[in-house]
Design a protein around this ligand. Structure first.
Ligand code: APR
Length: 186
């Protein structure tokens, strides 16, 4: 399903983000940027060692990536042109600023894509796997952050795609998109 907000399409698909041909795909990384399981592992496996090499240089230059921040690297062997790595919050029950940190993770990726004049970006469901963020809540934050960004900022982005791995997660994101009071046609 999809909506258009300020001439940018926001859509939901079920699938594997490593196969997306958008200008950027987003990695749900950890602060070490050294890879891991889940979507992080899948991206590094499919993209090859060039991505890790660049991540190592970034960490050597600026240290670990704080939760809620994002950096951009090469795509290695992937179809996308870039990988944007962000770190979502670990769910601790909701009292440790998780919602704001998750919002920041999405926002920083959208900002970085805009600064790099990208036309399209794919997101996985950040924080809802190993990091344990409840999916329905995370979906609302993901969708509302994207729609708010499109309302508030000029952007090169024409396509924002949420690539959800399983049907349960996909359903949550579709419900969030349908319910989002902020979306508007343009
Ligand atoms: N494409 C799209 N989504 C995927 C893929 C894939 N190839 N593989 C997994 N996912 C989905 C998961 O099913 C889940 O819905 O991505 C979502 C996020 O799950 P995780 O990858 O576990 O990410 P997160 O919860 O943010 O945890 C990050 O996991 O692997 C580590 O290094 C990573 O430590 C970090 C932590």
């Amino acid at each position: 399903m999809e909506v258009t907000a300020n001439k940018t399409k926001v859509s939901m698909i079920q699938g594997d983000i490593t196969r997306q041909a958008t200008d950027a795909i987003v990695n749900a990384a950890n602060s070490s940027l050294m890879g891991g399981g889940g979507v992080d592992g899948a991206i590094h496996r499919a993209g090859g060692p060039a991505i890790l090499e660049e991540c190592k240089k970034i960490v050597a230059r600026q240290g670990r990536l704080p939760t809620g921040k994002a950096v951009i690297t090469t795509k290695g062997n992937l179809q996308a042109r870039y990988v944007i790595h962000t770190v979502g919050p670990i769910w601790h029950g909701g009292s440790r600023n998780e919602a704001e940190l998750l919002r920041s993770a999405y926002h920083e990726c959208l900002k970085l894509a805009t600064e790099n004049k990208l036309a399209s970006i794919s997101f996985p469901s950040i924080s809802t796997g190993a990091y344990g963020y409840p999916v329905d809540e995370a979906a609302k934050i993901a969708v509302s952050t994207a729609i708010s960004f499109l309302k508030e900022q000029a952007t090169s982005l024409k396509d924002i795609v949420f690539v959800l791995f399983d049907s349960r997660t996909c359903q949550s994101y579709c419900t969030a998109l349908q319910a989002c009071p902020n979306h508007f046609e343009a």
